[in-house]
Ligand binder design. Structure first.
Ligand code: PEP
Length: 262
């Protein structure tokens, strides 16, 4: 059974002071969602790292996960501007994103750097959401799977325990923040290919248990159809995660379409 995961990527948005109210409102709104939070579905919030201690205090004992948007390549050392995975753990994080398209394309992060971040995160016991996805010109040139497989190939050689800590987020770059989501068929086709690649390269067990999130202009209006696809196991949500009402509607609409435990 793959438990649906709804991850919020706040990017460089929100004041620290907005954090507590967001958590309170989201928790109240999710009472009306089908299934039990933390058991039938999981919610992960990734704010700027500056917000994490406030977020940890706001979450308290609630079954809401929180994590970073990126993570350093070493436990400590001369890495100005980076955030240590050990310190993320110290703050109570269980998760980090790596390889987000904004990191890859605005800050030129390479697959080698994404691998190094992933390894450092895993070494500290963090779970990793590895983001992959093609640019518009790559899709038009029919290179989507080639690009995605190259980004996934950093996982080759990882052991079963490491793989069990990885979630893949398929985020076509042309769909991020544009209002134009991949169609459910387009998302399913890529998610299915990712699972097939996993089975071939990493084994059936890893493939069957892998959660593959879709990201790219997810909103309440398209959540049900996207989560209705067999290989879509949740979402990574940017813009629509900033408002607790909108984010909770993404979750509720998605879950209503996909019965808990499917
Ligand atoms: C993202 O930042 O990962 C993302 C998918 O953004 P948006 O939902 O705004 O397209």
């Amino acid at each position: 059974m793959r438990v649906p995961l709804f991850a919020a990527n706040w990017k460089m948005n929100k004041a620290v002071a907005e954090t507590a109210e967001f958590v309170t409102q989201l928790s109240e709104l999710l009472v009306a969602a089908p299934g039990t939070l933390g058991t039938d579905y999981e919610v992960l919030i990734c704010p700027q790292s500056t917000h994490l201690s406030t977020l940890a205090a706001s979450v308290g004992n609630r079954p809401i996960e929180f994590g970073a948007q990126n993570c350093g390549t070493a436990k400590s050392g001369a890495f100005t501007g980076e955030v240590s995975p050990a310190v993320l753990k110290e703050l109570g994080c269980n998760w980090t994103l790596v390889g987000h398209s904004e990191r890859r394309h605005i800050y030129q992060e390479t697959d080698a750097l994404v691998l190094s971040r992933t390894r450092a995160a895993l070494a500290e016991g963090l779970r990793v959401v590895l983001c992959v996805g093609e640019k518009l010109e790559e899709r038009r040139a029919d290179q989507t799977m080639q690009v995605v497989q190259a980004q996934l190939s950093i996982l080759k050689g990882m052991n079963a325990s490491e793989l069990s800590h990885i979630v893949v987020a398929y985020e076509p770059v042309w769909a991020i923040g544009t209002g134009e989501n991949a169609s459910p068929e387009q998302a399913q086709a890529v998610h299915h290919s990712i699972r097939k690649w996993y089975a071939t390269e990493l084994g059936d067990k890893a493939a069957n248990s892998l959660r593959i999130l879709y990201g790219g202009s997810v909103k309440p209006e398209n959540a049900a159809q996207l989560l209705g696809e067999a290989d879509v196991d949740g979402f990574l949500v940017g813009g629509a995660s900033l408002d607790p009402v909108v984010f909770s509607n993404v979750i509720k609409n998605g879950l209503e379409f996909r019965a808990p435990g499917v």
